[in-house]
Write a protein that binds this ligand. Structure first.
Ligand SMILES: O=P(O)(O)OC[C@H]1O[C@](O)(CO)[C@@H](O)[C@@H]1O
Length: 464
């Protein structure tokens, strides 16, 4: 499944030397690129980067499909309880691969799949409104957490347990599947002690790299997505993204371009799908890029405060919102368009009787219009000296999005090497979590609570 990558409008020959990237700059990265490649190979062989192998691991897929078959026979609705990497991939692919009205279709027209809901926030309105839509007896919850302790997910789990138990009584456990670490964490212990059904997230696969594990595969299979095709798409990309020559490897090359652009002050990385179906992929990528590359210290422990800021935009919608800034504002962005060659359906634009000056639209289609708008935006950005590139998919299918996701994961890993940071941790997120635990009264966090009070007082001096 070939993903196209047009990076012409990133290059100095088009943009000029100040913000464009020259051949010499790219070639100058070659020794580092080769060293990073060799390091990745070694770590992969030693088993430290298991997500590389996920598209080829048939065992977990068979287990997921068996469990999905069982659950589909028992339930009508599936609710994912999870956040970050435990939710964003599912949301992105549900939007990409199921019709917008999936949850409103009769079961047969959903290919036998369940209605799918994802609760990734703890806003009481969102949680209660979702539960109000559902009948407990017909609903299964997937509690997805690699750590098994994320406060948002655990709170949702408690609420859902109570909600289901009050309705179905002692059989409440049948309504939950716990997706978590194979050995450690509170959820794994609960699965063992209380006999909940469970699935494992392979060791060494962090949340934001876990879409091809039961984290994404189980909910998507339950919704009726062809997960074998998704993995086949990822597998088809695997050879390209492991080529040592970084000029032939789209993942390495895009990481290199983004890295060099960052060095020229283009520190904001906009992902702009021209496709409603691909719109939430930019949310998934935002976490991947932000948590992996946004770091205070490099691998040697030097203070670096590095990382491109990922931004989401949608074509054509954001042409009438953010694009003014992209065209005329600071020179600090790279725009990556996601563009399907084939939208899978089209609508002809009929004549608008009585409207003057609109006759030119007649005989054209919406697919033509959205394609023209993407090209027009790319050309105008370039004329204004703004870096942009396009990742194109033949069509939005399980195979093509599987390939794209795998490419972006490897791109992120390689970019970690270029930025000199560990792309697999997220220490900055933990600091805020500690204050939340302290405020919610978790034992052992008493000192943190005092620290919070002092800081909060200092920070609340200007109150209107
Ligand atoms: O799967 P878990 O452990 O609940 O974590 C959820 C999310 O929280 C983080 O650990 C921090 O935000 C993410 O990296 C992760 O995807």
């Amino acid at each position: 499944m070939s993903i196209g990558f047009d990076y012409t409008n990133m290059m100095a020959s088009v943009l000029g030397p100040e913000r464009g990237i020259s051949e010499a700059e790219l070639e100058g990265l070659r020794p580092r690129a080769e060293a990073i490649h060799r390091d990745l190979l070694v770590r992969r062989e030693e088993g430290f980067l298991p997500f590389y192998e996920l598209p080829f691991d048939k065992g977990p897929v068979d287990a997921v499909l068996t469990l999905a078959g069982e659950l589909c026979r028992q339930f009508e609705n599936v609710v994912v309880l999870g956040i970050g990497g435990s939710a964003l991939g599912t949301l992105a692919l549900f939007r990409a691969l199921c019709p917008l009205h999936h949850n409103f279709l009769p079961r047969k027209e959903r290919g036998g799949g369940l209605r799918l809901f994802v609760l990734d926030n703890v806003d009481p309105v969102g949680v209660s409104e979702t539960l109000d839509l559902l009948a407990p007896a017909e609903t299964v919850f997937l509690v997805i957490s690699k750590s098994g302790s994320t406060v948002e997910t655990m709170s949702q789990f408690s609420i859902a347990l109570d909600w289901v138990s009050r309705s179905v009584g002692t059989s409440f456990r049948d309504h939950f599947v716990l997706v978590t670490d194979p050995v450690s964490g509170a959820l794994r212990k609960l699965a063992a002690d209380e006999g909940y059904r469970s699935c494992s997230i392979p060791e060494g696969v962090g949340g934001r790299f876990s879409l091809f594990t039961p984290v994404g595969l189980l909910p998507l299979a339950l919704a009726g997505v062809d997960i074998r095709a998704l993995l086949a798409g990822a597998a088809s990309m695997a050879e390209r993204v492991t080529l040592e020559n970084f000029r032939e490897n789209p993942a390495y090359l895009n990481a290199a371009l983004q890295y060099l652009a960052y060095g020229k002050g283009l520190r904001i990385s906009v992902m702009m799908p021209y496709s409603d179906r691909l719109r939430d992929l930019a949310d998934w990528f935002r976490q991947l890029w932000a948590e992996s590359l946004g770091k205070k210290v490099d691998l040697q422990g030097n203070l670096v405060h590095v990382g491109p800021t990922p931004v989401k935009a949608l074509g054509t919608t954001d042409q009438h919102s953010q694009v003014q800034l992209y065209m005329e504002g600071p020179f600090d962005k790279v725009v990556t368009f996601l563009s399907p060659d084939d939208y899978g359906c089209d609508l002809a634009i009929p004549s608008l009787a009585g409207a003057s000056g609109l006759a030119y639209l007649e005989g054209h289609t919406l697919a033509e219009l959205i394609r023209c708008e993407q090209q027009a935006t790319a050309v105008t950005l370039t004329q204004n000296g703004r870096a942009n590139c396009t990742l194109s998919l033949p069509a939005v299918t399980p195979e093509s999005v599987g390939a794209l996701i795998y490419m972006l994961e490897i791109q992120t890993l390689f970019a970690g090497g270029l930025f000199g940071v560990n792309p697999l941790d997220q220490p900055g997120v933990e600091e805020g979590k500690d204050f939340t635990y302290a405020l919610m009264g978790r034992p052992g966090y008493e000192e943190k609570k005092e620290e919070f009070s002092r800081a909060f007082q200092r920070q609340s001096r200007y109150l209107l």
